[in-house]
Design a protein around this ligand. Structure first.
Ligand code: DQA
Length: 146
């Protein structure tokens, strides 16, 4: 299984960005552990972070024929990027949406995810664990192929 992990805008600042909300770990630290986790599950993982909507869309397109599944934290694009939503839908690759914070108990604009309808699951509020729970859900889906 090949899994693509995408992190969107401002997630490169994890560790210094609002630690009370996002924790004190860096993105690299979390992704290093996620890589180990996915490798232990027999997967090959690729990691991509960008602050640019078009770059994220291009990376989703490039996943056609190479990735079996996608884990995405689209950051603030989650709440309004119909273009990222359409890209996920267009490639047809099973995708799990993850968030560190509880997007449902913060500002009202964060409670809306425009990508949720095209993802197989949304995992939020678990801190770094959201990525790992998201990975479990994705792998279960890919292994059952249902
Ligand atoms: C986030 C939640 C978003 O609302 C926010 O814009 C982010 C991070 C999260 O992981 O909790 O950048 O996706």
């Amino acid at each position: 299984m090949n899994v693509l992990v995408i992190n969107g805008p401002n997630l490169n600042l994890l560790g210094r960005r609002d630690p009370a909300i996002y924790g004190s770990e860096t993105l690299d630290e979390i992704m290093t552990d996620l890589d180990k986790f996915l490798t232990e599950k027999g997967c090959e993982a690729e990691f991509f972070q960008s602050n640019h909507e078009g770059a994220i869309i291009d990376r989703i397109h490039a996943a056609i024929g190479t990735a079996d599944g996608i884990i995405v934290n689209a950051g603030a694009y989650t709440h309004y990027s119909y273009a990222i939503r359409d890209a996920i839908e267009a490639v047809g690759i099973p995708t799990v949406e993850v968030h560190l914070s509880d997007i449902h108990s913060r500002e009202p604009f964060r409670a809306v995810s425009v990508i949720e309808p095209v993802c197989i699951a949304q995992v939020s509020a678990l801190g770094r664990q959201s990525y790992f729970v998201g990975a479990e859900i994705l792998l279960a889906k890919l292994q059952n192929n249902d």
